[in-house]
Design a protein around this ligand. Structure first.
Ligand code: CP3
Length: 341
């Protein structure tokens, strides 16, 4: 039994005294204690060593006391497990030297055995659960199949993922085959995470907003729906799509427990588009955390009033930026804890 279950109650839609709070990318580069470990170990060593991954996961909790922890890992461990080489290059980001562009490339992509390839993630979950000692829930995550395809085809990060989108329109059959392989792997992966002890999972469709609303319905949404269908009876599922306000209705009626929104969609509009009944999560502009702490508190209280304290999880609209002062993050979290109707 988890002592602080605010987050899980909000996902169930129960009434709470104040909404729960966590931050996307809360285990990250804005924390000096994270930067210390980053000096000593490269990115995938940090992901693959359960002692390090679990330590990094609890670092922000120790400092700020969020209402949920998110396991330190990356969405790109999935392509890695599928035999696609992924490097994390300093000052560059993800780099996949052999991107998937042809039928031959696709044939080499495997749907792996999860325990053999990603067993280290399950070990990190076990170790993190011990460290958290049932104080707060632990969130597991995966990228959406479309967002993973973006990296697999583009071979690196991009502002618009032109090659990935081009692949879908020039070779749609291959695109669907790749999306299905990623989906099958992701479902098995998330089920293993639940078995290992995570209390909820979030699907990050970080690049869903690169697609037109019509193409989203072909290349992204059906695969996320498969994941929700496969997981929803085992754990609460959160679907977050960056720039995907147009899909809020599908998301809200998919069987997911909550839907994440970014800051380009107002609370009012998000409630309207999602039908008004589902738990929403978001959507503070990450750059707003550069405001003075007192201002942050005012803005957070305003945001809670706009979303309403119930059926709401306070979060950023995307990941925290590396240059956010520590006291500003503290102001964000404290503002939620101090909130009173
Ligand atoms: C698109 C995406 C990726 N990874 C992720 C996404 C989806 C969420 C989002 O859109 O922000 C998800 C992710 N990546 C990481 C987490 C950890 C858990 C958390 O605190 O939220 C999560 C949930 C750690 C990480 N993943 C990465 C870092 C920074 C690199 C480092 O620590 O050396 C961290 C803390 C590396 C990464 N990983 C990825 C990129 C583009 C980069 C490099 C860009 C950058 O530097 O920010 C891919």
């Amino acid at each position: 039994m988890i002592k602080n279950d605010l987050f899980l109650r909000a996902l169930k839609g129960e009434s709470v005294d104040r909404p729960p709070v966590w931050m996307m990318r809360q285990a990250g580069r804005y924390l000096p204690e994270f930067m210390e470990l980053r000096k000593k170990y490269d990115f995938f060593t940090r992901c693959q060593t359960p002692e390090l991954a679990s330590e990094i996961t609890v670092q922000p909790i120790r400092r700020y006391g969020m209402d949920a922890a998110i396991l330190f890992s990356d969405i790109l461990v999935i392509p890695q497990a599928m035999d696609i080489e992924v490097q994390m290059k300093p000052n560059f980001g993800p780099y996949l030297p052999n991107p998937i562009r042809t039928k031959e490339d696709l044939e080499k992509v495997v749907v792996p055995n999860i325990q053999d390839t990603l067993g280290y993630v399950m070990d990190a979950i076990t170790m993190t659960k011990e460290k958290l000692n049932d104080e707060i829930p632990l969130i597991g995550f995966a990228g959406s199949p479309w967002t993973i395809l973006c990296y697999c085809v583009e071979g690196q990060g991009s502002k618009s993922f032109d090659k990935a989108r081009g692949f879908c329109f020039t070779q749609p059959e291959l695109a669907h085959q790749l999306l299905q392989k990623i989906t099958d792997t992701t479902i098995a992966y998330l089920k293993a995470k639940v078995k290992a002890g995570v209390n909820s999972v979030q699907v990050f469709d970080s690049w869903g907003g690169m697609l037109s609303p019509t193409d989203y319905q072909e290349f992204s949404w059906p695969y996320i729906q498969q994941i929700v269908d496969a997981l929803k009876d085992e754990t609460p599922v959160i679907v977050f799509g960056k720039g995907c306000w147009f899909a809020l209705k599908e998301m809200a009626t998919s069987g997911a427990s909550a839907v994440g929104v970014d800051w380009t969609c107002s609370a009012k509009n998000a409630r309207y588009l999602s039908g008004g009944n589902i738990t929403l999560q978001g959507n503070f502009d990450p750059a707003r955390l550069l405001s003075p702490p007192e201002k942050i508190k005012t803005m957070v209280h305003q945001m809670i009033r706009e979303f309403g304290k119930d059926k709401y999880v306070v979060n950023l609209g995307h990941g925290i930026l590396p240059n956010i002062p520590l006291e500003n993050t503290k102001a964000f979290i404290d503002a939620v804890k101090e909130y009173k109707e």
